[in-house]
Ligand binder design. Structure first.
Ligand SMILES: O=C(O)CCC(=O)C(=O)O
Length: 241
């Protein structure tokens, strides 16, 4: 599991605590937390996208803190496929569960309806004055005037969405910690793709550099290698992934 802090908190002041951790990544490696990925009420919808061979490919508990005023708790508009080295995209699905009421005040999800029918667009760090959290890439060149829908949800509600859907979330104007669970599933029948020479290459470089610094992960590995080590079978048979 990897824990992350908000960019507004200086590295030297970072002591892991509920207030300072903004994200726990890859919680599915923990036996107890993995249970979320196996809940029948989640899998019943996931299976409509993935079919019977279901892998969990990425998990996060996101603890969006009250914003310091620099708006660093925003998540820029992006497509999740930017982070995944496998296809086809319509066999991948996100399950995003609100752990409490989420609304425009505490930074609910905003989505651009219909964009899942488009293609993967180039991403880069947005030029935000207050700074941007690590790996929070934003999509380049989307129509800022296109209609958006704010997904206000009650505690326990789950939304399922396509990895090409353009989405992001607002800054947390409240004094509370907005907690959600986000889990990506894919069909085990998906196939890995090489992201070298594509718009995903900069992400591959970034994550390999980070994993090398933190854990001595081989720098000449690939995004595929990272996923091969992290994905886990949930149901059915592990065929390709
Ligand atoms: O929960 C959020 O604020 C946004 C999360 C998200 O879009 C993501 O991690 O892909």
């Amino acid at each position: 599991m990897m824990i992350m802090r908000d960019v507004s908190i200086e590295k030297s002041k970072f002591v892991p605590s509920e207030e300072l951790i903004t994200k726990v990544q890859n919680f599915h490696q923990d036996e107890e937390l993995f249970r979320y990925c196996t809940l029948p009420e989640i899998l019943k919808y996931v299976e409509c996208f993935t079919g019977p061979n279901i892998m969990v490919v990425h998990t996060m508990m996101i603890n969006k803190p009250p914003d310091s005023g620099k708006k660093t708790t925003r998540h820029p508009f992006h497509q999740d496929l930017h982070y995944f080295p496998f296809r086809p995209s319509n066999r991948i699905v996100a399950a995003w569960t609100a752990m409490e009421q989420v609304n425009r005040n505490n930074g609910c999800l905003s989505v651009l309806p219909g964009t899942h029918k488009g293609c993967l667009k180039p991403h880069s760090y947005p030029p935000w004055e207050g700074g941007v959290n690590i790996m929070y890439y934003g999509i380049q060149g989307y129509d800022e005037n296109s209609p958006r829908v704010h997904l206000e949800m009650e505690k326990g509600d789950t939304v399922f969405f396509h990895p090409l859907l353009i989405h992001g979330s607002g800054w947390n104007k409240s004094q509370g910690y907005r907690k959600v669970i986000s889990c990506h599933f894919a069909s085990a029948d998906c196939h890995y793709v090489d992201v070298k020479g594509t718009s995903q290459e900069s992400f591959e470089k970034d994550i390999l550099e980070t994993l090398h610094k933190l854990y001595g992960f081989p720098e000449d590995a690939s995004l595929k290698d990272i996923f091969r080590l992290n994905v886990q079978l949930v149901k059915g048979e592990r065929t390709n992934l």
